[in-house]
Design a protein around this ligand. Structure first.
Ligand code: GUN
Ligand code: ZN
Length: 578
């Protein structure tokens, strides 16, 4: 990680950001000096010469008239192993969608070569679209989620990452026992912390209530306390999910009450969706400092309701914005911002329709967001949700330099819109946010390092250059490099075994925590069982093996030996480096 250490950078030009909700602040003709990844100074342009001397700058880069900086986007909800099918498969409600597409797609990341390839593509796509920070769900499995963390480290994004936990109501080939889940979640936390990469933080990730026993949730909450990690899950997302939880846990009034009981609502918790949260729930989340990740696009497809951002903010809830790839069909936070605006206008239209009249009242306007509010959500709101306000979200001395160099001057068919000489620079910002895309992102910076310039991902290019140099050198470094390679190879070894017959296990897995633990009713089990694909293995086989299936084959072979895996604590020595 030392190969791309940031030196001192300095830029002179326009910087836009949104320190206050709904207000754009323009820092015009401003010099920003970046040292060791942090903003060391923000000063007026006429201080340039003094700064050159003070910081010993060799260059102050002047932005073109058509260029400006904005803070990097923060995506608070992404399912990394769903990237492969992004843009497809939104034809069924959430609970069916999980069974029909999602679990299978995520399981296929057990092929670690495929995971490596797909995660690299995902990260390049997100960085190219200006997402400098993301909160990721990995998959159920430890090893591919480790591959994700390694890829994030390599390509230079900032991230909060969790291994997904699910120990009930899941397909038999995509489930873990409670003890395995807790063990792997802890192994993942330790692996990630061990990297000592300041950009990457581990996260506790109970998928959502229907697939997590109260015992698992409580165990995960205690891991989060022990390691001080973030927590992420889904809350009150849609009718199917809410009805399922009511059936499983009738003694709890809401998802919020259940998460509270499990100890999962903390100031570092981000709960996705929340379209069906009551005011009481929202107040409760606010009192815990827990954030909601607003995912407008996936809410349109799966959410059954429009989340009221301004209402939640007014009750003191932290709100960030998420793409929710692949429930949201776009990986771009520009799309998420536009969808947040559209979502808010749907709320307005709904109120007008409900009134039965043609008079727009002030009450109908309260939900409306404009592009300025959306930009705030995508930057400051995300930083607050992820407990990163001290580091990112705006331009301020002492904060880290996560920034997008936007160029609106592409023109003609080279870019997505045109600019004209009589426009203000703020109108150009507005055009970019409404009409722009990755072509307008000339450079993307994370922690003061340019991670993408044009079509080149700088960290990857640097690493490749470094490898070439090292390959040329014989001797001293080789043993260390070989050891590292071996370490990586071992981390990528397939998981030992998986529990068989998850649905049979359901009764055994019935929660043992008395206050939270009614037996799942047989009706709900039947309902969930009915949605599990009868022959998941066959269908996956039919998908064909365009991306090496050997890892999967090995895992399947291993499954046959997984007798009562859920009751046996696997030997800890299977986990290297922890
Ligand atoms: N609820 C549980 N899992 C998921 C998921 O993968 N995506 C969405 N949108 N909601 C979920
Ligand atoms: Zn989600």
């Amino acid at each position: 990680t030392t190969m791309t250490t940031a030196g001192t950078l300095a830029f002179r030009g326009t910087f836009f950001h949104t320190p206050t909700y709904g207000q754009v602040e323009a820092l015009r003709d401003t010099v920003v000096v970046v040292q060791h990844g942090r903003i060391a100074r923000i000063a007026e342009g006429n201080k340039e010469i003094a700064l050159v001397h003070e910081f010993g700058l060799s260059e102050v880069r002047r932005l073109k008239d058509t260029q400006f900086f904005i803070p990097g986007f923060i995506d608070t909800h992404v399912h990394a192993p769903q990237y492969k099918f992004t843009g497809t498969g939104t034809d069924v409600p959430l609970m069916e969608w999980l069974k029909k597409y999602t679990f299978k797609a995520e399981g296929s990341y057990r092929d670690l070569d495929a995971a490596h390839h797909r995660y690299s593509l995902l990260l390049k796509r997100f960085l190219a679209n200006g997402t400098t920070t993301a909160m990721y769900y990995g998959s159920l499995h430890l090893e591919p989620t480790v591959v994700l963390v390694d890829a994030i480290e390599r390509l230079g994004q900032r991230a909060v990452v969790g291994k997904v936990n699910m120990d009930r109501h899941s397909p038999s080939d995509y489930i873990e026992s409670t003890s395995e889940g807790l063990r792997d979640a802890e192994a993942f936390i330790r692996y990630t912390l061990h990297k000592k990469c300041s950009r990457i933080q581990p996260c506790i990730t109970p998928r959502f209530i229907p697939t997590c026993t109260p015992e698992l949730m409580k165990g995960l909450a205690s891991l989060a306390r022990q390691y001080g990690t973030h927590i992420q899950s889904h809350i009150s997302e849609c009718c199917g999910e809410v009805n399922c939880v009511r059936e499983l846990h009738p003694e709890f009034a809401s998802d919020t009450a259940l998460f509270e009981q499990a100890g999962l609502l903390t100031p570092r918790t981000v709960m996705a969706h929340g379209t069906l949260l009551s005011d009481q729930d929202l107040r409760h989340l606010a009192s815990r400092g827990t954030a909601v990740s607003h995912c407008p696009l996936s809410n349109f497809f799966f959410g059954d309701a429009c989340f009221r951002v301004n209402h939640a903010l007014s009750l003191g809830v932290k709100v960030g914005l998420g793409t929710d790839v692949a429930g949201g069909i776009s990986p771009s936070m520009l799309t998420a911002q536009r969808m947040a605006v559209v979502n808010s206008r749907c709320l307005r239209a709904h109120k007008l329709a409900q009134s039965g009249g043609t008079t727009v009242t002030a009450d109908m306007e309260v939900d409306v967001l404009g592009w300025r509010e959306a930009l705030w959500l995508a930057t400051v709101g995300g930083a607050q949700a992820l407990d990163l306000s001290h580091a990112v979200g705006t331009f301020a001395e002492g904060k880290e330099f996560d920034a997008l160099l936007v160029d609106t001057g592409l023109g003609g068919t080279c870019g997505p819109f045109d600019v004209f000489p009589d426009e203000s620079d703020e109108q150009r910002l507005e055009k970019f946010l409404q009409l722009g895309d990755d072509r307008n992102l000339a450079e993307v910076f994370v922690q003061g390092v340019c991670v993408k310039r044009g079509h080149v991902f700088e960290r990857e290019a640097a690493a490749e250059g470094q490898r070439a140099v090292e390959a040329g050198k014989q001797g001293a470094g080789d043993a260390e490099a070989a050891a590292e390679e071996e370490e990586e190879r071992r981390m990528r070894a397939p998981t030992p075994t998986e529990p068989e017959a998850a649905l049979v296990d359901l009764k055994a897995a019935t929660p043992t925590v008395p206050s939270i633990a009614p037996a799942a009713s047989s009706a709900s089990i039947a309902q969930l069982a009915a949605t599990v694909p009868a022959a998941a293995g066959e269908e996956e086989g039919a998908e064909g093996g365009e991306e090496g299936q050997e890892g999967l084959q090995e895992l399947r072979a291993g499954e046959a030996e997984a007798v009562n895996a859920s009751e046996v604590e696997p030997p800890v020595t299977k986990r290297p480096r922890l």
